[in-house]
Write a new protein. Structure first.
Length: 131
């Protein structure tokens, strides 16, 4: 029951963010935000099914998917911002490892969403550049 409540709260916060963008007149941004989570799920599914991704990284992506779907987190999702931030950090670290093994081109090839969302994912998942 707790996980259903957690999911409902997360969906509610997500919907409020999209509605806020719509009310602010940022229709394109609202659409990108509304599609971001489904696009990430499609990305994970495509990467898991790609032969070029080594098995150990597919296992990592499956574990990530299980973690993201699980109601048990390091920081519970019902805690505003921090609850979603731990999911984002763990997803970013997992994608960073996959990118190192397979290359950013693979992520770009499988990304189903708009270019603006892809740039956010690449920025988040790419290792910091040395100056």
């Amino acid at each position: 029951m707790v996980w259903l409540t957690t999911i409902a709260i997360a969906i509610g916060v997500y919907a409020l963010a999209v509605l806020g963008l719509l009310l602010a007149g940022r229709r394109e941004s609202a659409g990108a935000v509304a599609r971001f989570i489904p696009d990430c799920i499609v990305l994970l599914r495509r990467l898991i099914g790609d032969e070029r991704v080594p098995r150990r990284y597919k296992a990592l992506l499956l574990a990530l998917l299980g973690y993201l779907l699980s109601p048990i987190d390091l920081v519970p999702d019902f805690i505003p911002i921090a609850g979603q931030l731990d999911d984002a950090v763990i997803a970013g670290l997992a994608l960073r490892l996959v990118l190192r093994a397979s290359g950013a081109g693979l992520l770009e090839e499988h990304w189903p969403g708009p270019e603006s969302s892809l740039s956010v994912v690449l920025r988040f998942a790419s290792p910091p550049r040395a100056i």
